[in-house]
Design a protein. Structure first.
Length: 104
């Protein structure tokens, strides 16, 4: 498995709605994430800054990158865009983090 971590940003007024939408994750979105090799996907919120820390384990980079091309992912990004900092294509502004330590 490949471990990936990233930082995203949710607007401070939208914390509760962001969490609510993820607690009610569309079944087709969950299925597509799993179909694209996602495992152990977690998102954590720093309530002081609105910074989100996302962690996911994936099977392959290529398979994971294809997730962004799916219809359900595109719809999810549009659905979440009012709550987050986003790019022009509605994808979340995201900063990939470099792993510097791992204890197995």
């Amino acid at each position: 498995m490949i471990r990936k971590a990233s930082i995203m940003y949710v607007h401070k007024h939208a914390y509760e709605e962001y969490e609510k939408r993820h607690n009610e994750l569309w079944p087709e979105m969950a299925a597509e994430l799993k179909a694209h090799g996602a495992h152990h996907y977690s998102i954590f919120l720093d309530e002081k800054t609105g910074q989100l820390f996302a962690y996911v384990e994936i099977e392959s980079e290529e398979k994971w990158e294809r997730m962004a091309e799916t219809d359900v992912c595109q719809r999810w990004w549009k659905y979440m865009a009012p709550l987050m900092k986003t790019n022009e294509d509605h994808s979340p502004v995201s900063l990939a983090l470099k792993q510097v330590f791992y204890l197995n």
